[in-house]
Design a protein. Structure first.
Length: 629
């Protein structure tokens, strides 16, 4: 057992010896490794000291190389627009029709982009290149403007608008294909940095406005001339006839050409440009139109009595044209309104002028017709009102601006710079009613002035009555036979009152003769003979009278006959309108006939049928009185 244990120890001891031997080898190996590491470290430091400067130089060289590459890249970027300039210059300096419009515009676009890129670099060295590209772009834009101008001119040969007006055909417009080309050119010109503008319009818009403006002005020139020539008077007293002036055709031409131009502008320019371009395009023709209206206004002012109606027609025509253009284009309302101002002021002043003129002319009359006939101014005044009724729309607008009765005020003839009254703001007033009020003022002014002058110049109430009745009937007849009847229904009552007044004045001359037939015989011996009821025996009545009373009756018969015959002769000598003669004859008959019949029934036996005093029997008297009509 001891031997077995000793054998185990020997085996373990042998293993320990092996381990110790391995440990010694490891220690020896470690020392060798440490020596190698020391030598390697020393070698590394030597290598590092030798390689370090080379590595640093390599990094610096890499950075330098990278910077050089970047500089070369920047140079290439800088050179690219310059190289492009050489390529694009050959295109831009050529004519667009040679290289093609699409290619030419593309070249300008590329040039424009290159210019923007150069400006974005903000490098001082690029300034020369920027200037050169700017010059090149300006030249290209100028050539495009030339193309734009030429295309506008192709469709801008003057036309004769009267052909479109008379046939009702459309005014010529630019074709859709050409509008598309013009739109493209305009877009590139407007978007170019080299485009110079004046005011609100781009250069292409200015070109368009000039070319098309000349086209419109020249096309309308003949209508402007015709408007002036048709206003010239052949006879100094000739009254203007509605529609005889060419202003209506002129306005139609303006409306047609402006609407057509608006339709041309919309496809070519942007929405915000439509209005300004249309105004600029129409400016020259509007100036010519304004000049024409001034000439017509001058003509009207020189011939106001006969040609005021031309002013009313111009206002009507131009106002309608202005409204139509405003509805269609949204523009040109105010320029047309400004052009109309002189004519409008003349028309406004004419209303008060005519009222003043009536008073002045009547006041200046040195005599009136001795036959009682109506004076010409009455028919002239009513004719004026009849003609004015044909221009009710423009006159209604004028009267609304003046206010009810404003035509009677001195300010009616003043300029539009005068301070307006509250009435002048009554835009909702009924124009037809205001015109009726004006007509009433005119009629009242006429008749009151004539009545005042008749009482001064005509002797005798009878003649004055005939004169006024004749003038009143002329007024009444001319109202009834025209459009004035519906508007002046209220005037009839006033005219009836004036007719009764004139009739009463005329009957005053018959009253003295009629008073001779009044029975004033009163006796204390017997009652006054009855005037009605039972038949009267003239012989019985005369028997009851003494010789003095009978002589008085004879004298009355004699005086009546003389006065009656004189009045009948005067009645027949007066120049009376048919209505006046009938009216006054009936008034005379109503007064004289019953009195004479009553007188004759009582006293016709005073001359025992000899006819010495009793000149007319009842039938003869009725016949004479009936014949007065």
């Amino acid at each position: 057992m001891v031997a077995a244990r000793r054998a185990a120890y020997v085996e373990e001891w042998a293993e320990v010896e092996v381990l110790f031997a391995s440990l010694d080898k490891m220690k020896s190996l470690t020392k060798k490794i440490e020596g190698s590491m020391a030598r390697l470290d020393a070698s590394g430091r030597t290598v590092q000291e030798a390689i370090g400067p080379v590595y640093g130089n390599t990094q610096r060289l890499q950075t330098t190389t990278s910077n050089v590459d970047r500089v070369l890249e920047a140079i290439e970027k800088i050179k690219a627009p310059l190289d492009m300039r050489d390529r694009e210059e050959r295109i831009i300096r050529s004519r667009p029709d040679r290289v093609g419009l699409a290619e030419y515009i593309s070249s300008i676009d590329r040039t424009n982009q290159a210019l923007r890129d150069l400006k974005a670099t903000n490098m001082r060295s690029n300034q020369q290149a920027i200037a050169e590209l700017n010059d090149l772009l300006q030249e290209g834009t100028a050539r495009l403007e030339g193309v734009f101008r030429d295309m506008c001119r192709q469709d801008s040969q003057p036309i004769e608008p009267l052909k479109q007006i008379t046939t009702g055909s459309e005014f010529p417009r630019i074709s859709g294909a050409k509008s598309a080309q013009l739109r493209t050119i305009n877009a590139h010109i407007s978007g170019s940095n080299a485009t110079s503008s004046s005011g609100e319009l781009t250069q292409s818009a200015q070109v368009y406005a000039h070319e098309r403006g000349q086209y419109i002005m020249l096309s309308l020139q003949n209508l402007a001339t015709a408007s002036i020539s048709t206003a010239r008077k052949v006879s100094a007293d000739a009254v203007y006839k509605q529609g005889s002036n060419a202003i209506g055709s002129y306005a139609q031409g303006i409306r047609g050409m402006y609407v057509a131009e608006y339709d041309n502008i919309c496809p070519i320019f942007t929405r915000e440009q439509w209005g300004p371009v249309l105004k600029a395009t129409c400016q020259s023709s509007l100036t010519a139109f304004t000049s024409t209206l001034r000439e017509l206004d001058k003509h009207v002012r020189n011939n106001l009595d006969t040609d005021c109606y031309l002013a009313y027609e111009i206002i009507d025509v131009v106002s309608k044209t202005s409204i139509q253009l405003e509805d269609r284009t949204g523009e040109l309302k105010y320029p047309l309104s400004d052009a109309l101002k002189p004519v409008r002021e003349t028309a406004r002043s004419s209303l008060s002028t005519f009222l003043t003129e009536i008073r002045t002319k009547i006041q200046q009359m040195m005599s009136l017709p001795i036959d009682g006939s109506a004076v010409p101014i009455t028919a002239e005044t009513m004719t004026r009102l009849q003609l004015m009724a044909l221009y009710l729309p423009p006159l209604s607008n004028i009267m609304r601006s003046l206010g009810d009765g404003g035509w009677s005020a001195p300010s009616a003839a003043a300029s539009s710079n005068s301070v307006p009254t509250l009435k002048s703001f009554d835009v909702g007033a009924d124009g037809k009613e205001l015109f009726a009020h004006y007509c009433l003022d005119m009629v009242e002014t006429l008749l009151s002035s004539l009545d005042s002058r008749a009482r001064t110049l005509l002797r005798g109430k009878g003649l004055q009555g005939v004169f006024m009745a004749n003038n009143i009937i002329v007024v009444e007849r001319m109202i009834r036979s025209s459009d004035l009847q519906t508007m002046l229904a209220s005037v009839q009552g006033k005219l009836d009152g004036l007719k009764k007044k004139a009739e009463a004045a005329y009957m005053e001359t018959w009253n003295e003769t009629a008073r001779l037939l009044f029975d004033s015989l009163m006796t204390s011996k017997q009652a006054r003979p009855p005037s009605t009821g039972q038949a009267i025996d003239s012989a019985t009545v005369l028997k009851s009278l003494n010789s003095k009373d009978k002589d008085g009756i004879k004298e009355k018969f004699k005086n009546f006959n003389t006065g009656f015959d004189d009045l009948v002769n005067k009645h027949k000598a007066y120049r009376m309108e048919a209505e006046v003669r009938r009216m006054l004859a009936q008034a005379v008959q109503r007064q004289i006939e019953p009195l004479y019949i009553r007188w004759w029934d009582r006293y016709h036996e005073v001359d025992k049928g000899k006819g010495k005093y009793v000149k007319y029997d009842k039938a003869q008297m009725s016949g004479i009185l009936a014949g007065l009509s």
